[in-house]
Ligand binder design. Sequence first.
Ligand code: ZN
Ligand code: ZN
Length: 126
Amino acid sequence: MSDQGDLHGSCLCGGVRYRAALPVFHASHCYCTMCRKQHGAAAGSYANVASAGLVIEQGAGLIAEYASSADGRRDFCRVCGSTLFWRSTESPDRVAITLGTLEPEYGGPVERELFADNKPAWRPRG
Ligand SMILES: [Zn+2]
Ligand SMILES: [Zn+2]
């Protein structure tokens, strides 16, 4: 079976590799305080895909999960700290994968800005 058209990603240390089946339902920049804290950045940037299409190709044992809220789960590499996935236990059929870990670079549109009123003044400007 071909995986052409899938998204491919990896963490900073290369220990975790994954692929995710298209389509992307939507992509977003989230400026909520939790995303800003976890990413150490102005926003968390994600592509929302079907969790059934997410395959951890390498390094599943390196993935740690943090419960950031009652239903929010944040997966990251325990070696290098790369943020990988966000999921909600209330929507187990979907998972959000971090745009910054995708290779090649994500080429789709980013349709949504979440918690836009929480954008920091120091964010990068286009
Ligand atoms: Zn890593
Ligand atoms: Zn957020």
